[in-house]
Design a binder for this molecule. Structure first.
Ligand code: ADP
Length: 532
């Protein structure tokens, strides 16, 4: 063997590696469809598991020739498609942590990620438009023809040969709805532990076609890829442009024979507004058998409406944070029972456990009492990239077995327990704000406003003022056909049920809430709305 890595680095087939786990179906049944995607001619094309594996191997050879070491980072910028999946699996094979990102991520944000991750290589698709990648970073393109290197990465020393399950599979940079953006480092062992646990929820069968609507940099996309390929099912990435056009979105789902749609609640908003008849037709056909949502609370009005249109579909609420990929997968009754006030986030996936702890660190087992969710899980992230202090703040000795050396994840999420031990999300610890010395849970204010007739969504926040106390302000959306709710009436409605300090000082009616690149409500953009 030559001293500097002539032998290609390979993941050992018998231990946990994202590649071996996700391509297991290629061994069993190479002709199964792995990905159905939009083709250049406007139609659809199918990539089988066998073909996907061939593309992975071709990319492995090309990447290996660049002499990168296990642990060298690769930025993978793409829409979700078969070649992006092949590229991330090639990175996994070689132990190159990939950082997924999408073409719509602004330059400035990408440069911040590059600055932090110090990647060896930036790879985008043949059609990628990104320019201005710093000189220190190699650049390449991928496509059906394989890898084209534009600028070779700086030469490096290869110290490692073996890819182990504790090596990093990927680093995702969160969008920051839960604080400042952080690089979440996830090992092969962690992500596979999650996917194995999720198998017990039986969300997907090998016959399913799972539509992915989240952009690649959101780990919800990795969840979709993991769940579909982990079950030998078919991944159907929905082109981003189609998501903004509800009719084109639905016809794409129909043409591709999609059986399940995964996405944040906001992907359904345009459909509910403009194409409810077409969705109802598809509901009658019974083609969409499951809707899985995750990332934030689904406004109950909208969820009920969606269920009316899809009476035969099953609904699933995926709850959790990037730090453990997700935590729970819970069946939502369809239709929701009339008095339902909030959705259950149930129990942790198989192999993990959610605990509720009070602010003094003691367990909360009284139903109805709010505590913070701590997660005991084999899918715990390895830490925040280059931020040991932030890691130490949330990865803590197991409070119930402090001597065991085991650690748990402090989620920053609040919940209460229902009669069967199931949990109900109650907002973030950091959404508890102080108003005139009183502790206010913004979610409670939002819930009350959301009960006002005609209001379809509410977001409450505290706006700082240069002089004087910060002010509580609320934003609402309302049904497109109905009249805008009267501000004074909404505030009176709040006053009837909430203490004075929880009644917003002002209220703005907006057409729709701005969303982040991941599709969650963008609170910062909303705040700017009032400031401007
Ligand atoms: P960011 O939003 O900063 O990119 P994450 O995607 O990891 O980071 O956000 C995770 C958070 O999103 C959770 O801690 C929780 O507050 C919220 N969340 C995720 N799923 C749900 C859900 N099903 N219901 C309510 N809140 C959720």
């Amino acid at each position: 063997m030559s001293p500097n890595g002539a032998r290609p680095v390979r993941a050992h087939a018998s231990v946990d590696n994202l590649r071996t786990y996700l391509l297991a179906a290629a061994r069993r049944d190479p002709d199964r469809p792995a990905v159905i995607q939009a083709a250049a001619d406007g139609g659809l094309e199918t990539v089988t598991y066998g073909e996907l594996e061939r593309r992975v191997d071709r990319l492995v050879d090309a990447l290996d020739a660049l002499g990168l070491d296990v642990g060298d980072r690769v930025i993978l910028e793409s829409d979700t498609n078969a070649d992006a999946v092949a590229t991330l699996l090639a990175c996994a094979t070689l132990g190159l942590p990939f950082t997924p990102t999408s073409p719509e991520v602004p330059d400035e944000r990408l440069l911040t990620i590059i600055d932090s991750a110090e990647p060896a290589l930036h790879i985008q698709s043949d059609h990628g438009q990104r320019t201005g990648i710093p000189e220190t970073v190699g650049t390449a393109r991928f496509g059906p023809g394989g890898l084209t290197v534009e600028r070779a990465p700086a030469p490096r020393v290869r110290r490692r040969r073996v890819v182990t399950p504790i090596d990093t599979a990927y680093i995702t940079f969160t969008s920051g709805t839960t604080g400042r953006p952080k690089g979440v480092v996830m090992s092969h062992r962690g992500v596979i532990a999650f996917l194995r646990g999720a198998e017990a929820a039986r969300l997907v069968t090998a016959e399913d076609r799972v539509a992915n609507t989240s952009p690649l940099q959101f780990d919800f996309a990795l969840f979709d890829i993991g769940l579909a390929l982990g079950h030998g099912a078919t991944l159907v990435p929905v082109p981003r442009a189609r998501l903004n056009w509800p009719r084109r979105f639905l016809s794409y789902l129909r043409d591709a024979g999609v059986t399940q749609v995964d996405g944040v609640p906001s992907v359904w908003r345009p459909v509910l507004r403009h194409e409810s008849d077409l969705l109802a037709e598809m509901g009658q056909e019974g083609v969409l058998s499951r809707i899985t949502f995750s990332g934030e609370d689904f406004p109950l009005d909208e969820l009920r409406r969606l269920q009316e249109l899809l009476p035969k579909a099953r609904f699933t609420n995926g709850y959790g944070a990037t730090e453990t990929m997700a935590a729970s997968i819970t069946e939502v009754p369809n239709p929701l029972p009339p008095g339902t006030e909030r959705l259950s986030i149930g129990y942790a996936v198989a192999g993990a456990e959610m605990m509720l702890l009070g602010s003094d660190g003691s367990p909360v087992d009284e139903p109805g009492t709010i505590g913070e969710i701590y997660l005991r899980s084999p899918s715990l992230f390895s830490g925040y990239w280059r931020d040991p202090e932030a890691t130490r703040a949330v990865v803590l000795p197991d409070p119930l077995h402090p001597g065991s050396g085991q650690v748990v994840f402090k989620t920053g999420d609040l919940a209460h327990m229902g009669p069967e031990g199931e949990l109900y999300f109650r907002g973030r610890v950091d959404s508890q704000v102080q108003i005139r010395g009183n502790r206010v849970e913004l979610g409670e204010v939002e819930r009350r406003i959301g009960q006002f007739a005609g209001v379809t969504g509410a977001v409450a926040m505290v706006l700082p003022r240069e002089d004087g106390d910060p002010l509580l302000h609320a934003f609402v959306t309302c049904a497109p056909a109905g009249p805008a709710p009267d501000t004074r009436e909404v505030l009176a409605f709040c006053r009837a049920a909430l203490p004075a300090y929880m009644v917003p000082h002002g209220l703005s009616v907006v057409n729709e809430f701005p969303v982040t690149v991941n599709g969650k409500v963008d609170r910062t953009a909303l705040a700017a709305h009032v400031a401007s």
